[in-house]
Design a protein around this ligand. Structure first.
Ligand code: XMP
Length: 506
């Protein structure tokens, strides 16, 4: 999808680059991340930000940029951290490796009256993460801010080219938002990014991209695929929305998804393939093998149902695109499992895959969903993995074990919703431990399964912490599960962080 960005953010690999894009969008500017090598292919932006990065500009193979092209644009430029050092070097200044890495809070004091620090206090906290330092400025450059030790941390290289050593995009830089707004005030383009305008752009671009072709879209009932299907539907293209019931869904989930789509006015083709999935993983207890089989059956069932796919729509989001382009992170591996199987790659090579949400962050997808009138329940659901309960029942998956997990999970979720905890946690579920332990029921000893409750907070699923529920809430949940779910005699609460544990049990 070709939407011209107002601001290009050149990605030198900092962990914060996505945050820069977010801050710019929050300020009303459509921003896009670009790789330094592809920068010239992006339609000419109205402002450029060079991100930070883990490398040193003195490294022989340090990421670089075509500076003549950049300068020739004549638009305001802001270099952050690595970006500042690169600008300093390119203008003829000197950058040297520091002896230690400066990381964390520092105090910032603006100097002179640079427009970049307009309306800022005389001193405020900034967030640093760097090791190189600009030891000599080029001719004509001036220092516009220092830290508490008097070391220059902000420079102005020409009328509209700036460099700052700190990260204005993180909230730990208390007045970072002001710095970004001041920079944007120099941009010769008004703020015009908001969900309503973006929705129109998206709808028009979907119409253009799809034309008369029929689009097939897989629906799971989760946020991304639901918003995707509604976007396609509202764009008025020929749509087939297919939902595969893999037999590994939660209690009443299929009926709920069907009901939701009915309310949204979209015809959903439901493929009941539970027995095919359960047959494929019967007797298998290796987690990777289970995943592989579930994935393969999904692709077979989906493409059999779709029959001939003229065009396939996928709910890939912006962070997935960035991650698969720049790193081999966990998130990109997850998507590899799902979206990058050979059959889909083949379609992609033939130009028959569209990813209309690929410009959006998760919260923007939710905002788009809200503007389409999609229920909050759907938009704020916890993430649910593609292989479903298959990754919540370690060891062999059987119908009896799935029944236990479904019942336990339904009780757990009901309590979380009633107590207001559901929206405070990133993800929560009930899984089954692959062990039987001894208990007593009435006068008899029992030898039964144990369930494990897990609830975590997280920013991005890469790291996670367990949730400290009030003990009486855990007690109520545990009692109800023990009294109502047949086949178990024990409830554990998982107090493992990720790492070293993962969120799912597998
Ligand atoms: P782990 O268990 O790796 O999970 O800590 C991290 C996040 O990813 C979700 N997850 C998946 N999502 N397909 C998905 O769409 C998958 O195969 C998959 N495996 C794990 C998990 O629920 C958690 O949010």
């Amino acid at each position: 999808m070709d939407i011209s960005p107002q601001i290009a953010v050149i990605d030198f690999g900092s962990q914060y680059t996505q945050l820069i894009v977010r801050r710019l969008r929050e300020a009303g500017y459509f921003a896009k991340l670009c790789h330094p090598d592809n920068f010239k292919q992006v339609p000419v932006p109205k402002g450029v930000i060079l991100s930070g990065g883990p490398r040193s500009v003195s490294d022989e193979d340090a990421p670089d940029i075509d500076f003549d092209y950049l300068r020739g644009l004549g638009v305001p430029i802001l270099g952050i951290c690595y970006g500042m050092q690169l600008l300093n070097k390119k203008h003829g200044g000197r950058v040297e490796p520091g002896t230690t890495r400066e990381y964390g809070p520092a105090e910032f004091r603006p100097e002179g009256d640079s427009v970049l620090f307009d309306k800022m206090s005389g001193s405020s906290q900034i967030w640093m993460s760097h090791s190189d330092t600009c030891t000599q400025l080029p001719e004509g450059a001036k220092v516009i801010g220092r830290n508490e030790e008097g070391v220059p941390v902000a420079i102005q290289l020409s009328e509209n080219v700036f460099g700052i050593q700190f990260h204005p995009e993180v909230t730990h830089s208390h007045e970072g938002k002001v710095v970004i707004e001041n920079f944007l005030s120099l941009v010769d383009d008004p703020p015009r990014f908001n969900m309503d305008s973006f929705k129109e752009i998206l709808i028009n671009s979907v119409r253009r991209e799809v034309g008369e072709r029929e689009v097939v879209c897989g629906v799971s009932g989760g946020v991304d695929s639901t918003v995707l299907a509604v976007l396609l539907d509202r764009a008025g293209v020929k749509l087939r929305a297919i939902y595969v019931d893999n037999g590994l869904m939660r209690m009443d989930e299929t009926a709920e998804v069907v009901g939701q789509f009915k309310k949204l006015g979209i015809k959903l083709e439901v493929i009941d393939a539970g027995s095919r999935f359960l047959g494929a993983i019967a007797g298998i207890d290796d987690p990777e093998e289970k995943r592989r089989r579930i994935g393969n059956v999904f692709v077979d069932v989906f493409f059999d149902a779709a029959d001939h796919v003229e065009l396939l729509a996928q709910g890939t989001l912006y962070p997935d695109v960035i991650e698969s382009a720049t790193s081999g992170s966990i998130a990109s591996t997850i998507k590899t499992h799902h979206n990058r199987v050979p059959r889909i790659l083949e379609l992609q090579e033939q130009g028959r895959v569209i990813e209309p949400l690929a410009e959006l962050f998760k919260d923007e997808v939710r905002a788009l969903g809200e503007s389409f009138g999609i229920a909050r329940d759907i938009l704020y659901r916890h993430p649910f993995p593609g292989p479903g309960l298959g990754v919540r029942v370690p060891g062999e998956v059987t119908a009896a074990k799935l029944k236990i997990v479904r019942e336990g999970d339904a009780i757990f979720m009901r309590h979380l919703k009633e107590s207001g905890w559901y929206d405070k946690v990133w993800q929560a579920y009930c899984g089954l431990l692959p062990i039987k332990t001894v208990g007593v029921k009435g006068d008899e000893r029992s030898y039964e399964w144990a369930v494990s409750l897990r609830a975590v907070t997280s920013e991005d699923a890469m790291t996670a912490d367990w949730v400290e529920f009030p003990p009486e809430l855990l007690r109520r949940i545990s009692n109800e599960i023990l009294n109502n779910v047949k086949g178990i005699n024990r409830v554990f609460y998982d107090v493992s962080t990720k790492p070293p544990a993962s969120i799912e049990l597998e």
